[in-house]
Design a protein around this ligand. Structure first.
Ligand code: 26W
Length: 809
């Protein structure tokens, strides 16, 4: 694309433009901005060409609506995707600067909680890399989620000021701003023989688009991630200002801006409902208006909009896209209800990401009606028509069914019901999850609309998790099977030819070892803890939640520690248990679990009597960058959620790709991982879905009985209270109570023995290092099917009706 000399010259100019400085004079941040600016000048042209091509073509475009996008940093990825990485590395090296230091200077956008947000980013990456027109709509949260610190072992939430300096990747497009309306009243106006609706006395919020280019992998294709920022149309109240009432002068502006201030963590345990409702409507209203505006500009007849446009609703949070599209089509473009409805259903599709009841979005009718009076009317009408239709339909429905199907019941709006009624496709994110939706959770809907339900197992960006994050392994793979897997990761299967080749297995082991040394260095630099890179790296990194059972893991560590204390010569291999993850700020027990992990770490890491056989580390502020360091270094991947609770999981796929052995329950996509690698290459334990469901149904799970009858469990659990952990004021009492008094909702005790046995098996397996590396290679070989490229191809073909370009196999 460019030569070394041209690159050097262009970089110099970019530095002048950005900082008004020369190379020697500029600091690392300025160097970073200048390189970002230069990258943008390359990608900008491609972006322009892609847009022109897409606007001129009749190809269907996908718009992916999501409250979260966890993109990770951009610089390294964009260099790689433009094929400029080596050139840039060489250039900076020749100047005595490490390119990695520029990457470190980039702020990581924290615009997501976890899997759902990362999946959204993966999908955009795949859409672009497959050359499909697919764009994201989200919110430009000024503070993102929060930065996690640890103080006295407790989680501290620190505002994440990622935009405090500048974001070189985004383009503010003020002239394309849109109005989003809140509150007010609806007037009915008779025009001829038809009533129309006029929204009056509302408050306006400006939605300002900020566009970030989403580059495809070495294919000249650049799509768009459009994030909306909220601004007030009102200016500073000069009257109040000159009276000296500074607060009053800024009030309205601040209230409006708060809409795009922070991302709510999983709000099942968190207040702030009204603001979150505002955020959701802000996103969908701006997005839908934008989609329709574009369609009209491109000469699309809105009556056949579904032939050109697919709208995807990422979980229930943007489900208001459905009534909003109805509103825009009817109130702004004069369509009749029936036409608007047909178009809406054909255009919209919805993915469910959770079975947890408390995480399914619900809104109080009064709040909703007051804030969104017109949307409320439309939702009510959608519900009335839907219920009438099923009451008069051919399929028999009971009164209980009607109640479950109704979008509005008990003064509550059930967004999942709205999403299902208003979409033509509903998918779960792993086979088990989709089956549970059909057979249990949403069975009442499945009986009405069987054709809408389908499964799309999640995927991950192999370009990131393998090619970029684990360069050592990627190079070895290229040597063994060529470069075909880069574009067609299923070809990783060819690695199976090498499972008996001891030279290859040794290389696999040494690559893993190097990655572990890299992580060990990070642990030492950030935490001051020395870990042994020859120990088994056992990693559990994800949002902290009771169902993900970090609690089970740490209880087992307490048990192991006690075994070792009683017998320092115990025959176990050295093990390093590494945790990372954020807890929702209002989720008390999750925060207690963090505290417990850190307390155990303090005790274990400072106990010389156990001869360094055990180390426990909690790495703070888990994000995409940290994951990229941790996952390639893992020997064991902890995927130990209570069966039926983890919809899919995606980190499980990333670890597998990096050759970790999965220690798992048969939950989410773990089942599909097992199917790929076979029982010999994964360690499974715990209750299965029948057993878990039977306990829920029969209400006969009895943790107290387990506790009283099982000595080692009792001994371990008692340590939460008896001073063993040096606790003051019974600080772990709530955790103890969750098991003994509150029914152990997530079967921690029920699965304890089985988990301990599985951990023992890991220990035995690791002793045979050749066989371990073989298992590792089998895992990498089987991981190609989990590339998000394939997931997106299936969405394109089976949900969106978008033509994916043929693969050249
Ligand atoms: C209602 C507020 C809310 C917001 C976010 C509730 C729950 C969330 C979660 C953080 C959603 C989430 O990340 N779900 C995860 O989605 C992944 C992608 O499909 C799945 O792999 C995970 O199993 C699922 O937990």
């Amino acid at each position: 694309m460019t030569t070394k000399e041209a690159f050097a010259q262009e970089y110099e100019k970019s530095l002048y433009a950005i900082a008004g400085k020369g190379f020697e004079e500029s600091d690392i941040k300025e160097k970073y901005y200048a390189l970002g600016n230069l990258i943008k000048s390359y990608s900008g042209e491609l972006w322009h060409k892609t847009r022109k091509k897409q606007n001129a073509s009749s190809e269907k475009s996908v718009y992916y609506f999501s409250m979260e996008f966890l993109t990770g940093k951009f610089m390294k990825k964009n260099l790689e995707y433009l094929g400029l990485f080596d050139l840039a590395e060489e250039f900076f090296e020749s100047k005595g600067v490490c390119l990695g230091d520029l990457f470190d200077a980039e702020e990581e956008p924290g615009l997501g909680n976890g899997g759902l947000g990362r999946l959204a980013a993966a999908f955009l990456d795949s859409l672009s890399s497959l050359g499909m027109p697919g764009h994201g709509y989200g919110i430009r949260y000024e503070k993102g989620l929060f930065r996690q610190g640890i103080k006295n072992g407790y989680q501290e939430e620190i505002p994440d000021n990622w935009l405090v300096d500048r974001n070189i990747w985004e383009h503010k497009r003020y002239s394309e701003k849109l109005e989003v309306r809140f509150g007010g009243r609806i007037d009915y106006i008779l025009k001829g023989d038809k009533y129309t609706f006029k929204h009056a006395d509302y408050n306006v919020v400006y939605a300002i688009p900020y566009d970030t280019p989403v580059l495809g992998y070495k294919n000249q294709n650049v799509n768009n991630l459009r994030l909306w920022g909220a601004e007030s149309p009102e200016d500073l109240d000069l009257k109040e200002f000159s009276k000296g009432n500074l607060c009053g002068a800024f009030n309205k502006i601040d209230e409006t801006k708060s809409i795009s201030q922070v991302l709510y963590p999983d709000d099942s345990y968190y207040e702030g409902k009204k603001l979150r409702l505002k955020q959701e409507y802000f996103l969908v209203s701006a997005g839908i208006q934008d989609v329709v505006r574009n369609a009209v500009k491109n000469g699309i007849d809105l009556k056949s909009m579904d032939e050109y446009i697919a709208i995807h609703i990422n979980d229930t949070h943007p489900a208001m896209a459905i009534p909003e599209l109805m509103r825009v089509l009817m109130d702004e473009h004069g369509l009749e209800w029936e036409d608007a409805w047909e178009i809406t259903v054909k255009t919209c599709a919805f993915t469910n990401h959770t079975l947890l009841q408390e995480a399914m979005e619900k809104w109080d009718v009064n709040l909703f009606r007051e804030l969104l009076p017109r949307v409320w009317q439309i939702v009510e009408e959608i519900n009335n028509r839907f219920l009438n239709k099923i009451r008069n339909g051919e399929k028999a429905v009971s009164l209980t069914d009607i109640e479950k199907l109704s979008i509005i019941s008990h003064n509550t709006i059930h967004m999942v019901n709205l999403a299902i009624v208003g979409s033509h496709s509903i998918n779960g994110v792993a086979k088990l999850h989709s089956d549970l939706l059909k057979d249990r959770e949403l069975n009442h809907f499945y009986r009405i609309f069987p054709e809408k339900f389908n499964n799309k197992t999640n995927g991950i960006i192999h370009r990131h998790w393998l090619l970029s994050a684990n360069k050592g392994l990627a190079d070895l793979i290229r040597d063994l099977i060529g470069t075909g897997f880069e574009r067609n990761p299923i070809e990783l299967k060819k690695l199976l030819e090498f499972t008996e080749d001891s030279q290859v297995l040794n290389k696999v082991e040494s690559i893993k070892h190097n990655n572990k040394i890299r992580l060990a260095k990070y642990i030492f630099d950030t935490k001051g803890i020395k870990v042994n890179p020859y120990s088994i790296f056992d990693i559990h990194a994800k949002r902290i939640h009771e169902y993900k059972r970090q609690f089970l893991n740490i209880l087992h560590v307490i048990y192991l520690y006690d075994l070792l204390k009683n017998n320092p010569n115990l025959d176990i291999l050295p093990r390093t248990f590494i945790f990372a993850g954020k807890a929702a700020p209002g989720y008390y027990l999750a925060k207690e679990i963090i505290k417990l992990i850190n307390r155990v770490a303090d005790i274990v890491n400072n106990d010389l009597t156990i001869k360094d056989k055990l180390k426990v580390v909690f790495l703070e502020n888990y994000n995409v960058s940290l994951a990229s360091l941790m996952i390639p270094a893992a020997n064991v991947s902890e995927q130990i959620s209570t069966t039926t609770k983890e919809a899919s999981g995606t980190s499980n796929m990333k670890y597998m790709m990096n050759g970790a052995i999965t220690l798992a329950t048969l939950d989410g996509a773990n089942i599909e991982i097992r199917d790929e690698v076979g029982d010999d290459n994964i360690v499974i334990f715990g209750l299965n879905d029948y057993e878990v469901n039977a306990y829920y149904r029969d209400r006969n799970y009895d943790p107290v009985k387990i506790y009283t009858e099982n000595k080692r469990i009792k001994n371990t659990v008692d340590k939460l209270l008896n001073g063993y952990l040096g606790d003051a004021f019974g600080e772990f009492q709530p955790l103890y109570d969750s098991l003994i008094k509150h029914g152990d909702q997530f079967f921690v005790l029920g699965d304890f023995d089985s988990y301990a046995t599985a951990q023992k098996r890991i220990n035995t397996l690791y002793k045979d290092s050749q066989n371990w590396s073989k298992m590792s290679l089998v895992n990498t070989a089987g991981s190609g099917v989990f590339s998000s490229d394939y997931t997106i191809e299936r969405y394109a073909k089976e949900i969106w009706g978008v033509g994916a370009p043929e693969r050249k196999d």
